[in-house]
Ligand binder design. Structure first.
Ligand code: MN
Length: 423
């Protein structure tokens, strides 16, 4: 077991029992305040920890005296690029500094004032400078549901689907951090009877996804094997791949999603490391037909992480419309990264790969309104008496994710976004 994952550890910082951020998590993000410029942080309970300040005070000198530079950045990219030997040592050191029996910072109120803030006192920023973003399509249930609705229930999966992780190159510029408002996209739509029309999307949807962040680069021509893949993955975030179904339906043939997806994607502010997720490893799917040798893998490469989506109308309470799990992935992250690089395509620190909509086997676990409302034929009843087939203006979509193992809850915070009317 990794030292920082020890369930018996507790912190001198208060952690509520339902917190996503016990001392065993130690995710990485970026914040700023009125007095502090953007810098790298972690969080325990609801206390944000300024890592640049900790480094300046000398707390990481035994690992690397230059960490202050990596933490005094607007993104975590430089820190991730130091490699897992350093980043894991930092995670272990943070665990040690905040462990309840360590007096170093616990008994130094003056230094605490420089290092600690409450979460409501800071502004969380986009943590990763995303160079390239790829979206996969790796939940069999989701692909089957979409194929059933739009093509043919008898042949819901296209012939390639069980042989390779299908994906497309997405848009990095419009990835935003949780809390950022989204304007309803406009675009071409094609009514069933008549010519195409232009206007605000009427079928705005979310897609419940998780995304991994690449922490190490490859060279052009190089490929990553499934055995190596996790060395290149720094961590994981919640991801809402906002989708305009009416625009998508008209534009996607033959090259896949374009403007229906590129207007915005929302990520949570904290990147949870793969190391913190060790206790949640679980078996993947039996893959039949057998995959080609380069896609085979061994070990537990799926993760048992509960996922939830709620819709909150303006002036209303959040209403959970989906309960899914990251383990519903037919293609693992390792297979996705291996496939992505098998042709020699290079990856860079900060590249992001989203999973594709994560739908489970039952209707209450479907990861998009398209599936939950089955193309609008089964509206969701909201507590305020209204109905949702898709997402209305002024609705906020809130995604959460967490796992519980050995009595320890490791969570991701939330990825939320409010939909404003089209500009
Ligand atoms: Mn997607």
């Amino acid at each position: 077991m990794l030292p920082a994952n020890d369930p018996s550890l507790s912190s001198w910082i208060n952690v509520d029992s339902d917190s996503d951020f016990p001392i065993q998590n130690i995710p990485f993000g970026v914040f700023q305040t009125e007095k502090k410029s953007a810098r790298v942080a972690t969080i325990i309970g609801d206390t944000v920890i300024d890592l640049a300040a900790l480094a300046q005070l000398g707390y990481f000198n035994e690992i690397d005296s230059n960490l202050e530079s990596s933490f005094s950045q607007s993104y975590i990219n430089q820190f991730m690029g130091l490699g897992k030997k350093i980043t894991n040592a930092v995670r272990n050191r943070i665990s040690n500094i905040f462990e309840k029996n360590n007096p170093e910072l616990r008994d130094n109120k003056e230094q605490q004032a420089q290092v600690l803030s409450k979460i409501h006192e800071v502004e969380m920023l986009l943590p990763v400078q995303v160079g390239d973003y790829t979206d996969f399509y790796s939940s069999r249930e989701h692909a089957t549901n979409v194929g059933t609705m739009f093509r043919d229930p008898e042949n819901a999966l296209l012939p390639n689907w069980l042989h390779l992780p299908v994906g497309y190159h997405g848009r990095a510029s419009s990835i935003v951090v949780s809390g950022t408002n989204i304007h309803r996209p406009k675009g071409q739509q094609k009514p069933n009877d008549g010519p195409p029309v232009f206007g605000p999307s009427r079928l705005l949807d979310f897609e419940l996804e998780m995304a991994f962040v690449v922490g190490q680069p490859t060279k052009l021509g190089q490929s990553i094997s499934t055995a190596e893949a996790e060395d290149y993955i720094f961590g994981i975030t919640l991801f809402n791949d906002w989708s305009a179904r009416d625009i998508q339906k008209w534009e996607y043939i033959p090259l896949g999603p374009f403007l229906a997806k590129s207007f915005a994607s929302t990520m949570s502010p904290w990147i949870v490391t793969l190391e913190a997720l060790e206790p949640f490893r679980t078996e993947g799917y039996d893959q039949d037909p057998e995959v080609l040798p380069y896609l085979k893998y061994s070990g537990k490469k799926n993760y048992d992480i509960k996922l939830e989506v709620a819709i909150q109308p303006e002036d209303g309470q959040p209403h959970v419309v989906c309960k899914s799990n990251f383990k519903h992935m037919y293609w693992t992250m390792a297979q996705q990264l291996t496939h992505h690089t098998v042709n020699g395509c290079n990856v860079n620190v900060g590249d992001m790969c989203a999973s594709g909509t994560i739908s489970g086997p039952t209707p209450d676990s479907y990861g998009s309104m398209l599936e939950i409302s089955w193309r609008g034929t089964k509206p969701v009843a909201m507590p305020d008496g209204s109905e949702r087939k898709f997402i209305n203006d002024k609705d906020t979509v809130i995604m959460r994710g967490w796992g519980i193992a050995n009595g320890v809850r490791i969570g991701f915070g939330e990825a939320s976004g409010k939909v404003l009317p089209a500009l």
